[in-house]
Ligand binder design. Structure first.
Ligand code: TEU
Length: 555
């Protein structure tokens, strides 16, 4: 068995504070609201909460543009509110990790104000400045949020690098002063008692010269540049290794090979990483998330199989379908066309993920089977990524029609994940007594926590049972992995084995009945049924009903 660690056995719940619970009527969630909902999370059974950024920020990218790493955004409350939240979480045995956003700061951070003030300011080299080329940007590097990754600053006439919005200038990690300032800030929060970090864009913090050259031409992307490992080993040695904490890197460039470095048992960098292959696999090569292909289960299985087997015994997987950047999984990989399909597919997706090897992450509302939200016009949207992409693809370059872009926004916009948590059927789903910063999903009267917490057949109760199983059955956490039907286009069936025990998970991703599989041959007949999304007495081994999910323990 892999060496036992608490973070390997933990289930993490991601909270997007802006949309979780508002207690002041501001229309924005706050820390007091999270504290008031801790018993809900304890009841669900999660072990760790990850808070998306709560720090001082102008909010251009909803808090991923930080202007003071040691101050709480007053929209969310005070440092006393944070201290109370941390105390109350720990009192309930729930750990708390923060979102470390140090690839870039806000352009309103004092560090950047100094850096941009003059070419010889002592903090000039805390950010990445280059001369232009022939009257334009230094090179053709592009921002993730559309357009050039270079912005000309009139004060000194040089360009600064921003891999995201122009309001998010990239820090220069090659400068040891920057690294030490980040490490000091990390220690500040660790000294307050937090239990770890989720590290934003951590695979892009090291920029090779080939990404920054003043050439006017193509430039190498910094995402995944190998130099990052030197910085992470230093961070581990100087900060992370001194505490019993959990760390997860957001690494959209990660491959199994690089993950073995980021999260390898011997690599002394991070505990695990978020890979993105299963999130990107159905995206268009040219238009990315704005044009997605039809769902392809074999494509998804191939990726997840590779990660399950590629890291086993060498590194640790994170497991997620959702976060604040992804559309709701029941709308993305399941079916939200009718209530029965929504509930069945939400449970099946939960079972498929939680029976795998790795630490599962639940994004707020996923445990309710929350769906994408109607985004019929740009007025329904709030995300800077959407507005930048629409301007570039529809208005400037005319590469997509308005209708094509709106269809892509409906399917893939991050706003789908950012509508308020649906607590109950009262005004604004119980999220706020004021006007929510983003409209509540209109289906909140039928999809909300109040309806589900008491209902043993709800998605919420199913997720609660999945979490409980993980605590009771070691093969779920530490077992190996084998895909039993790799070529089947409808069904994901895999086996986990550990010390003579084996677990079998069978998931019908299709809305059709499947009756041509020998489930007995897979071991279904001999096993003890652990959990299923149809009534146990109706199961048989000759068929799988639409979106049917089952897990068996085969002794
Ligand atoms: O996201 C980084 C990242 O990989 C994004 O490009 C992500 O793929 C994109 O948002 C999907 O459309 C992190 C944060 O999770 C995101 O919310 C921030 O906007 C971004 O970094 C900048 O901090």
């Amino acid at each position: 068995m892999d060496d036992r660690q608490w973070w390997k056995e933990a289930v993490v719940y991601q909270i997007y504070p802006q949309s979780f619970q508002d207690t002041t009527g501001s229309g924005t969630g706050d820390l007091q609201g999270i504290t008031e909902r801790l018993d809900y999370l304890k009841n669900l059974g999660v072990d760790v909460i990850w808070l998306s950024p709560i720090f001082e920020s102008p909010g251009v990218d909803n808090g991923y543009d930080i202007s003071d790493y040691r101050a709480i955004n007053p929209r969310y409350g005070s440092m006393a509110d944070f201290d109370r939240l941390l105390t109350e979480a720990h009192r309930r045995g729930i750990k708390l990790i923060l979102d470390l956003v140090v690839n870039h700061t806000s352009d309103r951070h004092p560090w950047f104000a100094e850096s941009r003030s003059s070419r010889d300011n002592p903090k000039r080299d805390w950010y990445i400045w280059r001369d232009g080329f022939n009257g334009g940007p230094p090179n053709e590097l592009r921002s993730v949020f559309s357009g050039s990754a270079w912005r000309k600053d009139e004060i000194t006439g040089q360009y600064y690098l921003h891999l995201f919005t122009i309001e998010q200038p990239d820090l220069n990690w090659a400068n040891p002063e920057v690294r030490n300032a980040v490490y000091d800030m990390m220690r500040y929060w660790l000294d307050k008692g937090i239990d770890g970090f989720r590290m934003d864009v951590i695979d892009a913090i090291c920029k090779p010269e080939s990404a920054l050259a003043v050439s006017g031409g193509a430039a190498e992307s910094p995402f995944g540049y190998a130099g990052v490992h030197e910085y992470l080993r230093e961070m581990n040695e100087k900060v992370l290794s001194r505490c019993d904490i959990m760390t997860v890197g957001e690494t959209s460039s990660a491959t199994v090979e690089s993950a073995l470095l980021f999260a390898g048992r011997e690599s002394r960098e991070l505990n695990m990483v978020f890979q993105f292959e299963h999130m990107f696999f159905d995206q268009d090569r040219q238009f990315g998330k704005w044009l997605t292909k039809k769902f392809d289960l074999p494509g998804l299985k191939k990726i997840l199989d590779k990660w399950q087997t590629g890291l086993y015994g060498k590194a640790w997987n994170s497991l997620y379908w959702n976060n604040h950047d992804q559309p709701r999984v029941v709308s993305h990989f399941g079916c939200d066309a009718d209530e029965q399909s929504r509930v069945l597919s939400a449970k099946m997706l939960g079972l498929c993920l939680h029976m795998m090897q790795g630490s599962p992450y639940i994004y707020q509302g996923e445990e309710l089977g929350m769906t994408n939200t109607p985004l019929k016009s740009l007025e329904d949207c709030r995300d800077v990524e959407v507005f930048n992409a629409y301007r570039e693809l529809v208005e400037e370059k005319k590469l997509l029609s308005h209708e094509q872009m709106m269809a892509g926004i409906q399917k893939s916009s991050r706003d789908n994940a950012r509508t308020p948590m649906q607590w109950d059927g009262t005004k604004n789903a119980g999220f706020s007594a004021g006007t929510p910063w983003i409209p509540v999903n209109p289906n909140y009267r039928t999809i909300n926590a109040a309806l589900q917490v008491q209902d043993p057949d709800s998605v919420w109760s199913f997720y609660r049972r999945l979490i409980k199983l993980r605590k009771e059955i070691p093969v779920i956490v530490y077992g190996d992995f084998e895909d039993m039907l790799p070529d089947d286009r409808r069904v994901y069936a895999y086996r986990r084995r550990l010390e003579g025990k084996s677990l079998l998970a069978i998931c019908n991703f299709s809305g059709e009945e499947v009756s041509d599989l020998d489930l007995d041959a897979l071991g279904a007949g001999k096993g003890e049924l652990l959990i299923a999304n149809y009534d146990a007495e109706t199961l048989d081994t000759t068929r799988l009903r639409p979106y049917e999910g089952r897990a068996y323990l085969v002794r």
